[in-house]
Design a protein around this ligand. Structure first.
Ligand code: SAM
Length: 390
């Protein structure tokens, strides 16, 4: 059988040890951090001796809860506003508007990544070759279809590849050609652009907005930025450190006491394993990821209940399903989401199951009323309780 190369490659990297070139790149990066006033605690070090994936950060002494591990000045973030081509991007901003919103950062990265005299050179040199990240967007299509069927990754990867190819040809390539004096020829290649997209996907941060700015579970909606040093940290769901976005600096703070020798883990968000695999090329082994979810496609359930209504003892299954669709409680692309602690789409699932379980008269009444507004007493109905919790 064909090996699941990507998953195996991911495991192999666990046992990696620092090569001479790694050591030089880490030292160059740390010297750069010092020069650029990126302060790092003496109680941490970058290395390969963490639990996973090439580089990571490990505690070299006991760390207390709340201790600062490093502080990154805002001007050291690599963004469309800080790059050496910021003025050009600003001047041409109307021609680089994209659906993803990533194009300005991608152009900044293409420029800085290929420029030997870039201010961020020691940072961009530390990042591994992007193919090694094993993001499913680099897998051959047949492997994605074969190994990831039934997860949301297949659809997400197809969408990513379509949109990045479209943005490359319509926005990025014309821009790069127009400014061929500053972009080397490799920037005209779609393969290179894909690597830059992978860089943003697996390494960028998005400043949380809204009320809970200090909370690492906040919704992320602002454009992504590159954050040197913070992106050295690997992710686990039970992270022991998190990044605070302050006005002057971004600070990595210990969430809990961390013992000497332990790896420092950040969070990339409350992500299910399929999302981790899609964006970062790894998944957490069961049962470590308490944010993991399973999606039950409504379309599949619809097929089964209408096909096997008699076996299931369901009355008017087809009419009920059609009515639920009309009410937009179910849809072709929809899914019910099951989390570690129960059903996350509880209302929709509850409502659907309740309709499916109705007898003829009740369903007739329900259709006549164009659905029904539920009272608390109905919600306490024991049948429905067992349906939602069982
Ligand atoms: C932001 S980078 C972290 C630094 C990265 N380890 C490096 O060497 O540059 C994100 C990448 O690290 C790896 N990674 C992070 N957390 C991981 C984990 N818990 N298990 C396996 N790989 C992980 C994945 O390859 C992911 O795409």
């Amino acid at each position: 059988m064909e090996p699941k190369t990507s998953l195996i490659r991911g495991i192999k990297r666990t046992a990696a040890s620092l090569t001479e070139s790694d050591e030089v790149r880490i030292k160059t990066f740390l010297d750069w951090c010092k020069r650029e006033c990126l302060g790092v605690s003496e109680k941490v070090k970058i290395g390969c001796d963490g639990s996973c994936a090439q580089f990571g950060m490990v505690a070299t002494a006991d760390i207390s809860e709340g201790e600062h591990l490093f502080e990154i000045p805002h001007q050291l973030l690599l963004t469309p506003d800080t790059t050496a081509i910021a003025q050009l991007l600003q001047k041409e901003k109307d021609s680089i508007i994209s659906g993803s919103g990533w194009v300005p950062l991608l152009l900044a990265l293409m420029y800085e990544y290929t420029n030997p005299t870039s201010r961020w050179r020691p940072y961009t040199q530390l990042v591994p070759d992007f193919d090694e990240l094993d993001l499913p967007m680099f897998w051959p299509k047949n492997q994605v279809d074969q190994y990831l069927a039934g997860t949301g990754v297949v659809k997400a990867v197809t969408k990513d590849l379509t949109s990045l190819t479209e943005e490359f040809h319509t926005i990025v390539l014309p821009f790069v050609k127009q400014h061929a004096n500053i972009f080397p020829s490799e920037c005209q290649s779609l393969e290179f652009y894909k690597k830059m997209v992978a860089f943003v996907m697996a390494y960028s941060f998005t400043e949380p907005c809204g009320e809970d700015v200090d909370d690492d579970v906040t919704q992320q909606v602002t454009p992504p930025v590159m954050v040197p040093m913070a992106d050295v940290l690997n992710h686990i769901a039970k992270n022991n450190a998190h990044l605070n976005f302050g006005k002057e600096v971004l600070t990595m703070v210990a969430k809990v006491p961390i013992k000497k020798g332990e790896e420092i883990f950040n969070t990339y968000g409350e992500l299910a394993n399929f999302q981790l695999l899609h964006m970062y090329g790894f998944a957490e082994p069961y049962p470590n990821n308490h944010f993991d979810t399973v999606e039950l496609a409504m379309r599949l359930v619809g097929d089964v209940i209408t096909r096997d209504a008699a076996v299931l003892g369901l009355e008017d299954a087809e009419e009920k399903w059609a009515f639920l669709r009309k009410q937009e409680l179910v849809c072709e692309d929809g899914a019910w989401v099951l989390g570690a602690e129960g059903i996350l789409t509880e209302d929709e699932t509850y409502h659907t199951l309740k309709v499916l379980a109705m007898n003829k008269n009740k369903f007739k009444e329900y259709v006549e009323n164009d659905g029904w507004s539920e009272t608390d007493s109905e919600k306490d109905d024991s049948t429905c309780e067992s349906l939602t919790n069982g």
